[in-house]
Design a protein. Structure first.
Length: 86
């Protein structure tokens, strides 16, 4: 029972959308990473807006998330070609 409650809570806090782009494993993984970036950035923005963290701290955290996302894109070998749909 507790396992289902944890899954419900996780799905509520970290919802995942379906992937509709051109399917290949790299695009699927990058899409998951991009969704994670967006969710975490949203939480950071909300923390800053509510006064829990400073603007500077929010900037640093989002910049670190951005670097992580860029690194994942590079590691997955995804390029900037528009025909790649990423």
């Amino acid at each position: 029972m507790e396992e289902f409650e944890n899954k419900d809570k996780e799905n509520f806090l970290f919802p995942r959308s379906r992937y509709y782009g051109q399917f290949n494993p790299e695009n699927l993984i990058f899409n998951a990473n991009l969704q994670e970036f967006a969710q975490k950035a949203g939480y950071i923005v909300n923390l800053q807006t509510s006064g829990k963290i400073t603007s500077e701290e929010a900037y640093k955290q989002i910049k670190a998330l951005w670097k992580k996302l860029k690194h994942s894109k590079k590691e997955l070998g995804i390029n900037d070609d528009p025909s790649n749909n990423v």
